[in-house]
Design a protein around this ligand. Structure first.
Ligand SMILES: Nc1ncnc2c1ncn2[C@@H]1O[C@H](COP(=O)(O)OP(=O)(O)OP(=O)(O)O)[C@@H](O)[C@H]1O
Ligand SMILES: [Mg+2]
Length: 266
């Protein structure tokens, strides 16, 4: 079982989106997921009800996936670790923890319980300041761990990236990189230079309506399977598959990092 906590000092930075993406990617691969809502606004807790109430243009929505449950954060740290053991015994493959913005002490326990802390980074000046602040905060809290206690891995995820940013970070060679740089504003280039020095996961996530609608639609496997019942939805199906591919790639990035660490320890 892998535990992932989404963390950022900044509100509206994409924490819940990351959790919903990872849940979608895991479901697409047939994994069992339990998600914990550590935010006061209950965005994640309400996901299922919102998905149920969404307007599907007359389509009959497929039912909520059995492999995904969402619950509250256990009341104490001891109860949290006990619950994590229980979920592992029950065969849960992935535990996802959403958190609220700001440097809250309760959030620190949720971060330190994770194998990996993921930090969303929208490629703008203000968001990258917040990412650095979040990484510094993680360093401070990790320094409080006893010697020999495993450090959580950090993964910054470029999220909600416009096409120009995607072209820049996915350039396959020098010529492509030069072309991409030409199209980007000098100020933004500075941001991308900062990005390169951060512990980035390899998969950047583009801006997409499919992700924007995810809080209302539910996991993207639900969207995919619902649209599959309608022959007129072929175009939409392409967008959904592309979005789901990003979700799965992100999950593979995390699994790979966790596996590499385990091998390094062994
Ligand atoms: N790749 C993307 N494409 C389009 N929209 C996106 C993408 N990623 C995030 N967003 C949008 O950005 C907004 C903020 O995201 P989200 O709600 O996940 O942030 P948050 O950090 O959880 O916010 P809060 O601090 O309020 O809990 C949402 O409207 C979300 O749909
Ligand atoms: Mg949120």
């Amino acid at each position: 079982m892998i535990t992932v906590t989404s963390l950022s000092t900044k509100g509206g930075s994409g924490k819940t989106t990351l959790i919903q993406m990872l849940a979608s990617g895991a479901l697409a691969r047939g994994l069992r997921v339990h998600a914990l809502d550590g935010d006061t606004d209950q965005q994640l807790t309400e996901w299922r009800a919102k998905s149920d109430a969404a307007d599907w243009n007359g389509l009959q929505r497929v039912s909520w996936p059995e492999g995904l449950t969402i619950g509250p954060i256990p009341e104490t740290v001891d109860a949290l670790y006990e619950a994590l053991n229980g979920w592992e015994e029950d065969g849960i493959d992935l535990v996802l923890i959403d958190t609220r913005p700001g440097e809250n002490p309760e959030t620190e326990n949720l971060a330190l319980a994770a194998d990996m802390i993921v930090v969303p980074a929208v490629p703008t000046q203000s968001d990258f300041v917040a990412v650095q602040k979040t990484l510094d905060w993680i360093d401070r809290m990790a320094a409080t761990l006893a010697d020999g206690y495993p450090q959580p891995l950090r993964g910054v995820v470029m999220l909600n990236a416009p096409p120009k940013a995607m072209a820049l970070v996915t350039a396959a060679n020098e010529a492509e990189l030069a072309r991409a740089r030409d199209k980007v504003h000098a100020q933004d280039l500075e941001v991308y230079e900062v990005v390169k020095r951060m512990p980035m996961l390899p998969t950047p996530v583009p801006t997409s309506q499919t992700f924007r609608r995810m809080p209302l639609s539910g996991p993207l496997t639900v969207v995919r399977d619902t649209y599959a019942t309608d022959p007129r939805s072929r175009l939409a199906a392409g967008h959904i598959k592309a979005a789901l591919d990003y979700c799965e790639e992100l999950l593979v990035d995390i699994e790979t990092a966790v596996k590499n660490r385990e091998e390094a320890v062994a």
